[in-house]
Write a protein that binds this ligand. Structure first.
Ligand SMILES: *Cc1c(COP(=O)(O)O)cnc(C)c1O
Length: 217
């Protein structure tokens, strides 16, 4: 695998779905990867990365951003409210807005700071008890609540249950986004990004297929 191969597969999937090639944004998920692998992908010209921990992102991205122009980093993992201010400074988008308390905190901090990253609302499409995210039945009301707080909500995000057909979850997320007038769909990872693209993904989050397997932590 690697970046070139994944880009080629994305454009094939776009073509097969009758979608424009630039309809899908590739987020290279660099969490836990050795820095030299991340640097190699930067050297290849890729500029958009995903991290799932604020602390880890703060430790690696300021330096890379100083060395490479035009780098963006998206938060794709859970955000604690006490790290929200730091997240506002580090990330260009947050894909994991998953509860009212965090929405209120982000809205207040965004007012104070005068800026806010793009926001994706995470939906727990599989209704898994251990997983973060708004339940599908609560999604419409939560989107409205976030809009009332003036948060720049651009789309929805999901992580399907590991043991289920991802397409069902991608289709549900697409339906929820559409009926709320949201264009962004953050869905699809190394194992299923082509199916996600077929169902309308605008942002795919691909880690191991680009960088290689992650070290177990
Ligand atoms: C780690 C992670 C990914 C990337 O997973 P791969 O299977 O390595 O592509 C995507 N999305 C989220 C939310 C993740 O935590």
């Amino acid at each position: 695998m690697g970046l070139t191969e994944i880009r080629a597969r994305i454009s094939r999937a776009c073509k097969a779905a009758g979608r424009a090639e630039d309809a899908v944004t590739l987020i290279a998920v660099s969490k836990v990867q050795p820095l030299e692998r991340v640097e190699a992908v930067l050297e290849q010209g890729h500029r958009l990365f995903g991290e799932n921990r604020v602390q880890e992102a703060a430790g690696k991205w300021p330096e890379f951003k100083a060395r490479f122009d035009g780098v963006s980093v998206h938060l794709i993992g859970p955000l604690q409210t006490n790290k929200a201010r730091q997240a506002l400074g580090l990330f260009d988008a947050i894909h994991s807005l998953d509860r009212p308390k965090l929405a209120q905190t982000l809205a207040r901090l965004a007012q104070e700071e005068g800026r806010c990253p793009d926001i994706f609302i995470e939906v727990n499409t599989g209704e898994e008890t251990q997983k973060a995210g708004i339940l599908p039945a609560d999604a419409d009301a939560f989107v409205a609540e976030c809009r009332a707080l003036d948060l720049p909500v651009v789309g929805l995000m999901c992580i399907p249950p590991v043991d289920e057909t991802p397409s069902l979850h991608f289709a549900l997320l697409a339906k929820l986004a559409e009926r709320n007038g949201l264009k962004g769909l953050s869905m699809g990872m190394s194992a299923d990004f082509e199916e996600a693209i077929a169902l309308g993904a605008t942002h795919v989050r691909v880690g191991s297929a680009i960088f290689g397997e992650r070290q177990k932590t």
